[in-house]
Design a protein around this ligand. Structure first.
Ligand SMILES: Cc1cc2nc3c(=O)[nH]c(=O)nc-3n(C[C@H](O)[C@H](O)[C@H](O)COP(=O)(O)OP(=O)(O)OC[C@H]3O[C@@H](n4cnc5c(N)ncnc54)[C@H](O)[C@@H]3O)c2cc1C
Length: 459
């Protein structure tokens, strides 16, 4: 395979404007402004090396895997990250460490795969949230934990009935009782939102500083012996004599195994096997200046809670520990500079509608990134057809803080041919199928979003 032009590294999907997948353009996020010391010992690769496992992608998936490989199995591992550590979604997300990873609700999962499998998915999700707390404790990471439990807020009265049904379903499936709160009970907890008609409280969740957590994982992996190289894009990937050969601008890695941990920026042009298997979807965030206690009181938004609403095109909101509000939403199918400015203006208008007492507060930070959808709306831990000794762990559907950390760890076991210590749901092991007519993913997404917006508005 010929070496690509290093000026144009193959990152992400050709569906969107190239600037959204350029690892030389670092997002200006609130997290980067407050992320603490940058990792050391992660210089770009500058010579040819050999490793047992090469990991492409240095987010939660790749670094959790590398930490496990180095610490538990004493395996030589090289992580190759195209941008600075934290360039991808792991450095720019909302910091909701919650149950998640799939884009199917419990009832739909049980209908499609059976109740046992739905229970297995729940168990994996529960363990994934616990793992993040465990990793932070074990490796002295201060992820700035803030906000306990997640409130799923009904944006219409009819959606509150749906949440009550979900709570019943979960109780029946798992034996856990999740409270459904009225609008008044929510306001008493310091969560007063114009359109909050009540909420389901999911206990397995907490808020964190995503980049501090990621940098902590990186430090821990390096301390345990993993070799991490930032600003090291893989430009070409070939295989000869049973060995993978990954070319980067500064050198080549020869590895017995490869773990693909590239999620929404999966480099579709790197290998034909990767083409069309992920649908990247935009998610945008704004962060205000710190609000005064009086401003927070006036709005009735005083709890450092994690809040998401019941829309399919959901909004997510957090009060951060220094009094700022983080406000995010999915949507949009163009990722050029003009579209970014339009999206930020749109997000600021939605913020003002929901927080009328704060309508005068201008955003101080704004950024966006991609979340990854798979055709079957499930996370995947799979071997890739046509690429022997390669495992991919990806597709978290916008909820990967916990699940990517957990699936990365399981991927470390699977890539070495071991049975995972904690069972991986069978449905996560299904093949990562290509989207039908991959070139038409964006027009199809536009239609799907329009339908979702109509359902969100009317039902
Ligand atoms: C705006 C936004 C908000 C979100 N909010 C939340 C949230 O609140 N809670 C939650 O649970 N999840 C959230 N998510 C999703 C979550 O961030 C992701 O699921 C998770 O970070 C995925 O981790 P990862 O390691 O698999 O991928 P990433 O962190 O995206 O890492 C993949 C890396 O692969 C690298 N890469 C790609 N191609 C190459 C190549 N050729 N060579 C070398 N490197 C390459 C990229 O540079 C990238 O850094 C959000 C995502 C976004 C974008």
């Amino acid at each position: 395979m010929s070496r690509a032009n290093p000026a144009d590294p193959p990152i992400g999907s050709p569906l969107y404007h190239a600037s959204a997948s350029d690892p030389r353009l670092v997002p200006e996020t609130f997290w980067h402004a407050t992320g603490g010391p940058v990792p050391v010992g992660v210089d770009p690769l500058d010579r040819d090396v050999v490793a047992e496992v090469a990991v492409i992608g240095g987010g939660y998936t790749g670094l959790s895997a590398a930490l496990h490989l180095a610490a538990e199995f004493d395996v030589s591992v090289r992580v190759l990250e195209a941008g600075p550590i934290g360039w991808g979604a792991s450095g720019r997300n909302g910091g909701f460490c919650t149950l998640g990873g799939t884009a199917r609700d419990w009832a739909a999962l049980a209908r499609r795969f059976g109740r046992e499998e739905a229970r297995a998915v729940f168990e994996a999700q529960r363990r994934s949230v616990a793992l993040v707390a465990e990793l932070a404790r074990a490796h002295r990471i201060d992820p700035r934990r803030c906000g306990e439990g997640e409130y799923v807020v009904a944006h219409k009265p009819s959606r509150l009935e749906g949440l009550a049904r979900e709570a019943e379903f979960v109780a029946d499936l798992t034996g856990e009782r999740w409270p459904v709160l009225s609008r008044e009970a929510l306001a008493e907890r310091g969560i007063a939102l114009e359109e909050a008609h009540g909420a389901l409280h999911v206990p397995h969740a907490f808020g964190l500083h995503p980049l501090r957590y990621l940098r902590g994982l990186c430090r821990a992996a390096v301390e345990r012996g993993a070799r991490v190289h930032e600003r090291t894009p893989v430009l070409a990937w070939s295989r000869a004599d049973g060995v993978h050969r990954l070319e980067t601008p500064g050198g080549t890695v020869r590895a017995a195994h490869v773990l693909l941990a590239t999620n929404a920026w999966t480099p579709e042009r790197l290998r034909p096997e990767l083409h069309g298997r992920i649908l990247p979807v935009l998610s945008a965030i704004l962060v205000t200046r710190p609000l005064t206690p009086g401003e927070r009181e006036a709005q009735g938004w005083t709890a450092p809670a994690l809040v998401a609403d019941t829309r399919e095109l959901l909004f997510y909101i957090r009060l951060l520990d220094d009094g700022r509000i983080l406000f995010g939403a999915r949507g949009g199918t163009r990722a050029d500079g003009t579209a970014f400015r339009q999206r930020m203006a749109w997000l600021a208008r939605r913020f003002a509608e929901r927080f009328p007492a704060l309508a005068h507060v201008r955003p101080e930070y704004g950024w966006w990134g991609f979340v990854a959808f798979a055709r079957d709306r499930l996370p995947h831990l799979v071997r890739l057809e046509g690429l022997p000794r390669t495992v991919a762990a990806l597709a978290y559907h916008g909820s990967g803080v916990a699940m990517a950390s957990w699936l990365g760890r399981r991927a470390a076991e699977v890539v070495l041919g071991r049975t995972p210590d904690e069972p991986v749901p069978e449905c996560f092991r299904r093949p990562l199928r290509r989207f039908p007519l991959p070139g038409l993913r964006l027009p199809a997404l536009r239609v799907a979003m329009a339908l979702a917006a109509a359902r969100d508005a009317w039902w």
